[in-house]
Design a protein around this ligand. Structure first.
Ligand code: GRF
Length: 205
């Protein structure tokens, strides 16, 4: 399956997808898109000879992007640290084909302004004993689409928000490629607004 990855920053999740051995025969990253002209993730794209595009006020429009992505037969769009809200027409065009990774256990610690360090700082202040990434479908509200998968990280002993950030990031690098793989195998279904992973119930029983 051809996939496109939206980024705004360093791109460690992009790298986790590109380098994941289990994804080698399942997906190909055909485009990396950013709202920034220059970002760490573009360097990674360059390293792996993946095409890039800039969207928004510094680049092309989302309508132009739809044409490019459709031409590339893009089956899945992954938001990995993309900080801008995706316009409703774009979300509608790729309904149930856009996923996002959020660095906390949604529905807590999500929504506008809850990104990067702000999330981990809020979790640290709360005294929660667990945090962890959430991968969810994207709709037109920040962090509100159906939850696909989460990974628990024990933070009961941490001494700082930075420590939470680094533990959660490690978990992100495992969870996101896993979900991308499940999607590429057509094992993620939405039923009555809730996500079901095909094959999991057999494994658990
Ligand atoms: C990650 O923590 C992700 O959960 C959040 O933005 C960060 C992106 O990091 N949405 P990177 O650019 O993938 O290193």
């Amino acid at each position: 399956m051809n996939i496109a990855v939206f980024v705004s920053g360093r791109g460690s999740n992009l790298r986790a997808i590109i380098e994941n051995e289990n994804l080698k025969d399942l997906v190909k990253v055909v485009l990396v898109i950013s709202d920034k002209i220059d970002c760490g993730a573009f360097k990674i794209a360059e390293e792996f000879k993946i095409e890039t595009a800039v969207v928004g006020k510094n680049g092309i429009s989302f309508s132009e992007l739809i044409i490019i992505l459709d031409n590339k037969k893009t089956g899945l769009i992954v938001l990995a640290g993309f900080l801008k809200l995706i316009p409703a027409e774009f979300v509608k065009h790729y309904e149930e084909r856009i996923i996002n990774i959020h660095p906390a256990l949604l529905p807590s610690y999500g929504g506008k302004g809850m990104y990067g360090h702000h999330v981990h700082e809020a979790v640290f202040q709360s005294g929660d004993k667990f945090s962890g990434p959430t991968v969810h479908f994207v709709n037109s509200e920040y962090d509100r689409g159906a939850i696909i998968a989460q990974k628990y990280v024990d933070i009961s002993e941490v001494k700082s928000a930075d420590e939470i950030a680094s533990l959660v990031l490690k978990a992100e690098h495992i969870l996101l490629p896993e979900v991308v793989g499940l999607f590429a195998q057509d094992r993620i279904k939405i039923e009555n607004g809730k996500v079901k992973i095909v094959g999991l119930e057999e494994r658990q029983s």
